[in-house]
Design a protein around this ligand. Structure first.
Ligand SMILES: [Zn+2]
Length: 325
């Protein structure tokens, strides 16, 4: 009887969840407790081209590794963060571009069978938004927009203290907002999406292209693939071209973020993903662009870097499995 007066955290104290962050390049697994603390972790390079059965096998092996020394009864379930589009209501991977064979695939059922645990499946952007909301930069706020800027751009929205999921759990694909009319081709097949301009992939592609024909920049002095960290370092070293690339990236992000502020009116907008490692270099430009593109009443919404970094998705997925969301 007393239990009904306890909050979710108290009710589940001592319980743990297995969290899995399934990505196109890496699978990460961790044990996470109800306070969002990670106690054990393992990872592997995703066998992305090998098909779903192989990937499920990899996940099972990682989960076995991290739960080796743990009382099985203390694990309440598994929370799995996966790239979309997913139908999280039905537990089905609809078509994951970075993972071969995950088309109309019953991911939740297969994982549950393999792991012998109840499985909660969530889109990676939404899982990370939940992690930041519960235990990171969004703690204490009722309205949070989280944007991950990495290979692609994804996101998740907390609105009025609820996770916004939408039809089939597919809300929050913020990277595919139309951004430029008839613009660059996006990985989704459409043209001109925010992702096609402001993702880490778009950034390095642009850098490689402009550096190739420019003899004044230190960026062009090395052959091979461009990586984002090198562009940011060159900008810090005073390279004019690198600086303009960073400014342009911040401008694209700020313009995209302004649209999200208008749509969701969050208390805070949190940027995560690989490019958020360079947040110090981007912040001023992002804020400048937001002030230029957002209506006056939206210009004071704080824009911050994620507090949990690469762990937002793991911690969010675990929160879902434990049931304190
Ligand atoms: Zn797109």
């Amino acid at each position: 009887v007393a239990a009904q007066f306890m909050n979710a955290d108290q009710a589940t104290s001592g319980s743990m969840a297995v969290a899995v962050d399934l990505g196109g390049t890496q699978i990460r697994a961790a044990l996470v407790d109800s306070a969002g603390r990670i106690s054990s972790r393992a990872s592997a390079a995703t066998l992305a081209a090998a098909g779903p059965e192989s990937v499920i096998g990899q996940i099972a092996q990682l989960v076995a590794e991290i739960s080796l020394d743990v009382d099985r009864d203390s694990i309440v379930g598994a929370g799995v963060s996966s790239p979309g589009p997913l139908d999280t209501a039905a537990g089905i991977a609809l078509s994951i571009p970075t993972l071969t064979g995950f088309i109309d695939y019953p991911l939740r059922a297969k994982l549950s069978e393999q792991l012998q645990l109840p499985v909660t499946l969530e889109n990676d952007g939404i899982a990370a938004a939940i992690g930041e909301w519960k235990f990171g930069a969004g703690q204490g706020f009722s309205n949070v927009v989280y944007v991950t800027v990495s290979t692609g751009i994804g996101g998740g929205i907390i609105c009025d203290n609820r996770v916004l999921r939408g039809r089939r759990g597919m809300a929050g694909h913020v990277g595919h907002m139309s951004f430029i009319q008839d613009g660059e081709l996006c990985a989704c097949g459409n043209r001109g999406c925010l992702e096609a301009y402001a993702s880490g992939t778009a950034f390095t592609k642009r850098a490689a292209k402009v550096a190739a024909g420019n003899r004044k920049t230190i960026l062009g002095s090395q052959d091979g693939a461009m990586d984002a960290a090198r562009v940011f370092q060159a900008a810090r070293d005073g390279d004019a071209l690198a600086r303009s690339l960073v400014e342009q990236e911040a401008d694209y992000l700020g313009k995209g973020f302004a649209s999200l502020l208008h749509l969701y009116s969050p208390d805070i907008l949190i940027m995560g993903g690989g490019l958020s490692n360079q947040y110090d270099a981007l912040h001023v430009g992002i804020v400048h662009a937001v002030k230029a593109h957002a209506m006056p009443a939206f210009r004071d919404i704080p824009i911050v870097r994620s507090a949990l970094g690469a762990n937002s998705g793991l911690i969010g997925a675990a929160s879902l499995a434990i049931g304190n969301v």
